[in-house]
Design a protein around this ligand. Sequence first.
Ligand SMILES: [Zn+2]
Length: 425
Amino acid sequence: MPTIPETLRVDPGRLWEDFQNLSRFGRTQEEGVSRPAFSAVHLQARAWFRERVLAAGLKFSVDGAGNHSARLDCALPAAGKHARVLLLGSHLDSVPNGGRYDGALGVLAALEVLRVIKDAGLALPVDLEAIDFSDEEGTLLGLMGSRALAGKLTRAELAAPRGGRQALLEGLGRAGLDEAGLLTANRSVQQVSGYLELHIEQGPRLKSQGMQIGVVTAIVGISSYRLVFTGRADHAGTTPVQDRLDAAQGAAAFILEARKLVLQQFPGCVANVGLLVLEPGAYNIVPQRAVLGFECRSASMGELERLEAALLAQAQHEAQRYNLGLEAELLSRHAPAMMSVKVQDAIAGAAEALGLAHTRLASGAGHDAQSLASLCSSGMIFIPSQEGGSHSPREHSTWQDCLNGANVLLGATLRMALQQMDQTI
Ligand SMILES: [Zn+2]
């Protein structure tokens, strides 16, 4: 394997200036950002990104899904016209009233890596592309740009998008896009050699373990269910407590037992009841129906299925205990996305070379990398989140951690690119 230029580093001043400038788009009073996908401020942030790409002397392009790309044609002549591209990226959109780091850091660090490699005049076996994916956060569809690129979007999803059909069409219109384009943005494994994403952890684990870099092993799978406990509506004043068929009792017992079950039997997994509606929903009527929405997550498909089965058995048990009917409906199930072991090793090697303490861990949150994992060798680098807060203006990572992450992205990029050399030349 050719020698890896280990002394290359990102330019801290240039990256800091970009980070500060980008944070102005959609800045909130609490120093967070609100940049929902294809909102006016999001489009302004993207226009600013385009300027930065052109100022760096890189090629700028937009695909049918509105993914914005900077490309560095640095492939060796031996790779010819058919050089594959190594993608580095994340997203510039945010949740409403979100933080400055989520997604933004990954896109800016990707751009910075391209600038450093361009400035160094390196020729690699692959071209490099820094990409800002459309609608990662789900204002319209969720992971829209990355799934479009991986060929994972379906017409059925576009017909019933998470944010509503009208919002999707209007958003696409504002960005100068259309549905047909979304379905033609897919790329093939002949075009893409791999994907790397730098992101904040959005949780407390790295900080609590005193780690500087997280090497992501998998992105959790998520299953969502709707449960309906059915009892009988009765007068809340005249019906003796022991004679009631109170749907709320079953729901409440399930919520409490679900927590115990996860804590005692499924370490590493999570479950969340995020929706609870009691019907008819009046102070003086015994609840006839309790509708619950819950999801559970695990980095292992087998574990996810066992957890789902255990939760459903628990719901059945509570229904029997309170003489209630129970309906359970699976709404969606997304399998865990495994990160490539080769890419994990490239990230760990880069962290090692920089003397950074690193550990392997699964991501409990969804990311663009899970879409790419179905197309090519993919990996993610996490840096610690202070206080663990994310999707809020409290989101914060130290600047040193951001720089460490960007330098690991650079080192891992070089390692992955040079591994590519082994395969093709
Ligand atoms: Zn993100």
